[in-house]
Design a binder for this molecule. Structure first.
Ligand code: OAD
Length: 232
């Protein structure tokens, strides 16, 4: 059982993906109801395309923003935060929704950035994400007129160094890693998991099978809120 593994562990890392936020009304990417409805949709997160056609990104992505910014943490986000009050818990997430922090988790590494801020592509000044909300326009910097881009990692962008190094250290030193709600189809988290210690335990909680199921000590193909409800 997951709780048994947790009770026996001192340093626990939760590696999370979009599946932990679906019960908050935020769709994941690759499920049948996910954001990626065709081979074309992932291109909206291409940094090369953004540099040429920023309007296309805003046209596709803006309707998703409202949901994400207004979302409240799920039972699973709250359970992880609660566990962090009594155990050494680190969260490494591919999500940009900030829900782990909203739930109260303190040590969170955001591998794919955050939807809290946007950066001017010309003068690099920072702006609150609300500056990107006006429908039908490409948001521009009030100082220099440059295009604003949310601080999320697009395909072709570097992963933020601090999050990457912090996540790697957490994974290397963990005695339990719990993977929650990620298909592991993107290399950021999948590569990081290769750094786990050979004695570390691995648990995977995900509705669909993942490419690491074969190596896990525990695999739960079930709803995350359900699976995490008794971990504290
Ligand atoms: P995916 O959509 O690839 O995978 C989400 C997984 O969560 C799926 O395998 C679902 O089966 C599972 N899932 C969904 N809801 C669940 C629930 N309530 N309980 C249990 N499992 C559930 O999302 P990620 O792996 O997070 O990157 O995607 C990784 C990256 O791909 C994203 O960060 C994003 C995307 O391209 C960028 O945009 C750079």
């Amino acid at each position: 059982m997951l709780k048994d593994l947790i009770d026996k562990s001192r340093r626990i890392v939760f590696v999370t993906g979009a599946g932990i936020s679906t019960s908050c009304g935020i769709p994941d990417f690759r499920s049948s109801e996910g954001i990626y409805t065709s081979w074309l949709t992932p291109l909206m997160f291409s940094s090369r395309l953004f540099n040429v056609f920023p309007w296309w990104f805003y046209h596709k992505a803006r309707p998703l923003y409202g949901n994400i910014i207004a979302a409240k943490p799920s039972a699973a986000h709250k359970a992880i935060a609660e566990l962090g009050r009594t155990k050494h818990v680190t969260v490494v997430t591919q999500n940009v929704d900030g829900l782990h922090q909203k739930a109260g988790s303190r040590k969170v590494y955001e591998l794919h950035g955050t939807l809290k801020l946007a950066t001017c592509q010309r003068c690099r000044s920072k702006h609150p994400i609300e500056a990107c909300e006006t429908p039908g326009t490409v948001p521009r910097c009030a100082c220099c007129g440059g295009v604003l881009k949310p601080d999320i990692v697009f395909f072709g962008d570097d992963v933020p160094t601090e999050a990457w190094l912090g996540g790697c250290e957490a994974v290397e030193t963990a005695d339990l890693i719990v993977v929650c709600g990620t298909s592991l189809r993107v290399s950021t988290a999948a590569d990081m998991l290769a750094l786990r210690h050979m004695n570390a335990k691995l648990a995977i909680v995900n509705k669909a099978p993942t490419s690491l199921d074969y190596a896990a000590d525990l695999v739960l193909h079930q709803d995350i809120d359900e699976a995490l409800k008794d971990i504290v």
